[in-house]
Design a protein around this ligand. Structure first.
Ligand code: PLP
Length: 348
């Protein structure tokens, strides 16, 4: 069955995607790459990369070699980095790929030197997050001698927090590192880091979430615009008599006779149960709240004051920042959890 008949869709706005990418680069006064791991946070990595490449993006980041492979060919001159680096099991895939590994550990460095001497790579150095990366001491120990380093990276732990002293601490360590380890280019900032401005730009920023409409920091409000809208089809409209209940657990009781629309959307589509009690569909700008719980594949919305018929498509309230506030889910979880049962429709 072809995608176009699916009863659930993501409307994707390529102009918003490109405008967000441009704004982040301007904000950080640095060239902008794009993190397209996790299938571009659920939007579709092939489509996202093509559009950003057309706009001039030349650096893409995925997590694994399988993701690099799934991306297919990139335009001439575009680079691709595999953030999780080079396990023993990855060597064959890496040698067959145009992508560069991001070397994160001394074992990875040794592996690349042995497998592909002289071939360019990237290196991640940990400046305080204690996630992936060499320690500063390891990076400065001579371990990296002989490597052809294209990009030297580090990653900020607290860039999305309003006033964390971690940001300046990590930036200071990164500046120091830049003076001690030779690489073609240096990169520190994700989306939130780019919002911190030119001090964090260096030679390249690596935004992900804000490309896709996420608001990582207050500075992005009013500049980063929505890329993703969810629309679900009405499968049935029903009248519910006063006193009847709706859905699993009978948690919602109709106080008066009412109509509900049953929509093709549920937690298997990433619309998690945390939306019960605060989620809504939008009909002519009016919020029609959920009635009862979220099922695996279905929700019910209260049609009081609005109208819908079987077959209608209703927009779901999925503004990332406010949905995150209401549900306790992160904007990242809201996008990456969406799953594969959507038609992904790019506007032109
Ligand atoms: C995911 C990731 C990014 C992008 O982060 P956002 O917060 O989505 O902008 C950048 N750099 C690294 C190393 C990452 O893992």
């Amino acid at each position: 069955m072809t995608q176009e008949f699916l009863p659930l869709r993501l409307d994707l706005d390529p102009q918003a995607l490109v405008a967000n990418w441009r704004w982040l680069g301007e904000r950080a006064a640095a060239p902008a790459g794009a993190a397209v791991k996790a299938d571009a946070y659920g939007l579709g990595a092939v489509e996202v990369s093509r559009r950003l490449a057309d706009a001039g993006c030349r650096d893409f980041f995925v997590a694994t070699w399988a993701e690099a492979d799934a991306l297919g060919a990139l335009p001439f001159g575009a680079g691709l980095s595999v953030l999780h680096g080079l396990r023993e099991e990855d060597i064959a895939a890496a040698l067959a790929s145009r992508a560069r590994p991001v070397l994160n550990s001394p074992a990875m460095v040794a592996r690349w030197k042995a497998a592909a001497p002289g071939r360019p790579c990237d290196v991640m150095v940990d400046t305080g997050m204690n996630r992936l990366g060499l320690t500063v001491e390891e990076a400065c120990s001579g371990l990296l001698d002989g490597l052809e380093i294209d990009l030297l990276l580090s990653h900020l732990a607290c860039a999305d927090e309003p006033d964390s002293p971690m940001n300046e601490r990590q930036r200071g360590r990164f500046v120091d590192l830049r003076g001690r380890v030779a690489a073609k280019r240096y990169s520190l900032a994700n989306s939130a880091g780019a919002c911190l401005g030119p001090d964090y730009g260096f030679d390249l920023i690596r935004p992900g979430i804000a490309l896709y409409g996420g608001i990582p920091r207050a500075e992005a409000r009013g500049h980063i615009t929505r890329v993703v809208r969810i629309e679900a089809q009405v499968l049935q409209v029903r009248d519910v008599p006063a006193g009847d209940t709706v859905g699993y657990g009978a948690t919602f009781t109709a106080e008066r006779p009412m109509r509900v629309a049953i929509l093709n959307l549920g937690y298997a589509d990433g619309y998690l149960r945390a939306f019960a009690g605060n989620g809504a569909a939008l009909i002519d700008g009016r919020r029609c709240p959920l009635a009862g719980r979220v099922s695996m594949d279905l929700i019910a919305v209260d049609l009081t004051g609005a109208d819908a018929v079987e077959g209608d498509w209703l927009e779901i309230d999925y503004a990332l920042e406010s949905a995150a506030d209401r549900t306790g889910l992160s904007q990242y979880e809201l996008l990456t959890g969406l799953g594969c049962r959507y038609q992904r429709r790019w506007k032109e």
